[in-house]
Design a protein around this ligand. Sequence first.
Ligand code: NAP
Length: 291
Amino acid sequence: MLANRVCIIGVGLIGGSLARALRGARAVGEIVGCNRDPATLQRARELGVIDRAETDCARAVRSADVVVVATPVGSMEEVFAQIAPHLDAATIVTDVGSSKGSVIAAARNAFGAVPPTFVPGHPIAGTERSGAEASFAELFQNRKVILTPLPETRSSAVAKVRALWEAAGAQVIEMSAEHHDQVLAATSHLPHVLAYTLVHCLARMDDSREIFNYAAGGFRDFTRIASSDPRMWHDICLANRDELLGVIRKFGIELETLAKALRDGNGEYLLKVFEQAKEARDRFAEKGGRS
Ligand code: NAP
């Protein structure tokens, strides 16, 4: 048994899936869930995602060995501040937020200094759906989880969080928060911005209904992630704003260069870009699309 009691604050897609996976692996004793909405929490209990439901964070974290904060990144400072006075000295706190620099800053603000028992983390797994009802135990199977410990983070705390994720089926890697935020801006945050912007742009065209009538597989594949929770992605984009702006700038230059090639009838350039992109995408897909 890795922990007697784990408290998950934010029993949604990610928090709920982690709870289900840990329960399935019989890795922990009691799982306490904490949400603001009692109805959602009750539903999570009925679904067997959690053992005990608490709407009050202070009560929820009492005697927990590990607290997992799985709320939107914009809410984390408030959650940390609510739980700070009620944590035991040995309680390990971790999070699942999609940006890491901002969450570390939130912990520093709320706790006064980043506690040695705080292990920032981010599972590279998800779907466009939200809430405990969308959660499933296999979500993290063979997926990567990035931990971004600080120099002051206790190694025993990192080892415990690593063991929990491994019990959930994930492969755990460690890197700096700065590197995480650069990489994820390019591979996750930019694609979400592009998908939202494309659908928004098409939906505002005069003949949008006609356009959507004829949209097929390519449109569906490219825009699936535009069905993700807008509030959550609002939080992530603002939290990783500087890195995201950097990759948007690079993408804008590429797009403008491609538009110029089109204007000039430069088919050679188009073919070169498409061939190189296909080669890179095929390599990614050969590795199971999970590199
Ligand atoms: P979700 O399904 O919407 O769940 C979020 C949970 O947080 C809900 O249970 C919600 O319940 C609670 N919550 C929302 N706002 C809150 C607030 N202000 N204070 C306290 N609790 C709040 O979202 P999710 O997809 O699991 O995402 C959770 C975290 O995982 C985010 O930080 C996200 O960046 C990260 N993440 C998401 C994905 C993905 O693909 N979805 C992947 C990796 C990481 P109540 O409203 O009842 O409190």
